[in-house]
Design a protein around this ligand. Structure first.
Ligand code: FES
Ligand SMILES: [Fe+2]
Length: 430
């Protein structure tokens, strides 16, 4: 199916086949994941020479390394001999990778440095300069976030990130000295039977929390009342906070990037932070800025595979039209006081993870949606999903973003505007 048959931007609708069709999935790999900038690592994960981490760009397994000169390389995790992956671990430190099948060896720049039983090959057949782990042609970093692209002609990362950059800058100002450590304590990884776009849509969706996550909020209130009772403090019953009742915006930042922000979250969080720490933040960034830095009170979706929250990084890895892996990393602030670190840990663990009260609810919804999409081939049924809430209310900001209420589905429309642009690039328009 053509992009215009799958996404109807004018009416804010998406066809179910966009989530179920194997050909659409293959096109998404070629036209989106193998064309644009894809997040591969945070600087802190490859902090010293020899550090590496493995990940994927779409369906291409890659290794991200820091070599002896401190330079970052991203190379395809695929032996030049017969295609075996040469590194299976998620993270580590090594100056070479050895393929287990026939023993070929590569350095951490991807060069082939050793071939077993070499005499079986004629002179020049294995010119080391040509054969190796293929390096990705473009690797760039912004604000500690390392991105790579398979397309040598892709525009600059800076242009691609565009209006998302100020938020990435703020993300790096969560502590007075700006030190963040991603994946401290490992990652939380899950797979679900559903399309990758379901997670991309959900990352910044402001419509569902008041409904889907009501139980999670009630449990949080119950736990805090119990903790107060245990500490001998007076009871403080409160009703669940409703996002729809707060000032809360959704923004389409262009290129598929989008954001949901709820400034009041910062105000609530500030009450729980040590006063000295807030003073240090004010000294580092100015009193005015602190309100937008604590938390921070937003979640940013960087299309196509990354979401940044205050205390986590979420990475989407598409596996098939109906199968997706998501990895979520806790973001620690190692130089901050223990009280701040503990608060962040509690928030993260309370909502996400196998024992979290909120995250698993979202994943359950993804699988229920994909179950509903199984009906997509029944031609007599209406195949369109609706993303048209408050479509008419979007307004242009002075910076050039589009803004509307966070419950308006503007952040999902942002994803599909970029999806449509990239899936139809270079094709004849209808
Ligand atoms: S497949 Fe890697 S050495 Fe043969
Ligand atoms: Fe959610």
């Amino acid at each position: 199916m053509k992009p215009e048959e799958l996404v109807d931007l004018e009416r804010g609708r998406v066809h179910m086949h966009a989530y179920t069709d194997a050909d659409v999935f293959r096109e998404e790999m070629r036209r989106i994941f193998y064309k644009t900038w894809v997040f591969v690592a945070h600087d802190s994960e490859i902090g010293v020479s020899g550090d590496y981490r493995t990940t994927s760009i779409g369906q291409v397994p890659v290794i991200v390394t820091r070599d002896e000169d401190g330079e970052v390389h991203v190379m395809v995790n695929r032996c030049a001999h017969r295609g075996t992956t040469v590194c299976q671990r998620e993270k580590g430190n090594a100056n070479f990778f050895k393929c287990e099948y026939h023993g070929w060896v590569y350095n951490n720049r991807g060069d082939l440095t050793g071939v077993s039983l070499r005499r079986g090959y004629s002179e020049g057949e294995l010119a080391h300069s040509r054969i190796g782990l293929q390096r990705l042609p473009r690797v760039e970093t912004y604000g500690g976030l390392v991105f790579a692209s398979l397309d040598p002609n892709v525009g600059s990362l800076s242009d691609h990130l565009g209006l998302a950059k100020p938020y990435i800058d703020d993300w790096n100002r969560q502590t007075p000295d700006g030190v963040l450590e991603v994946q401290a304590g490992g990652s939380y990884r899950f797979e679900y039977n559903g399309n990758w776009k379901l997670q991309a849509e959900n990352n910044t969706e402001g419509y569902h929390p008041d409904f889907l996550h009501q139980e999670a909020v009630r449990v949080q209130i119950f736990n805090s009342r119990r903790a107060r009772a245990a500490a001998g403090k007076p009871d403080a019953p409160r009703r669940p906070t409703r996002i729809a009742a707060m000032e809360s915006n959704g923004l389409d930042l262009g290129n598929g990037h989008n954001l949901v922000e709820t400034p009041q979250v910062s105000v609530l969080l500030k009450k729980r932070y040590p006063a000295q720490y807030l003073d240090d933040m004010a000294r580092a960034y100015g009193v005015e800025a602190v309100d937008s830095l604590i938390g921070p009170p937003w979640r940013l979706n960087v299309f196509p595979n990354l979401a940044l929250g205050g205390s986590n990084v979420r990475v989407i890895q598409p596996l098939a039209a109906n199968r997706t892996m998501v990895r979520q990393y806790f973001v620690d602030v190692p130089t901050a006081p223990e009280a701040v670190r503990a608060l962040r840990r509690d928030q993260e663990q309370g909502f996400y993870g196998q024992a979290g009260y909120g995250g698993p609810d979202d994943v359950e919804m993804f699988e229920r949606m994909q179950e509903g999409f199984a009906s997509a081939d029944a031609d007599v049924l209406d195949p369109w999903l609706l993303f048209n809430r408050q479509l008419e209310s979007e307004e242009r900001t002075p910076e050039g973003a589009l803004v509307a209420d966070s419950t308006s589905e503007i952040t999902q429309r942002a994803v599909y505007r970029a999806w449509y642009a990239q899936m139809s690039a270079g094709r004849e328009r209808p």
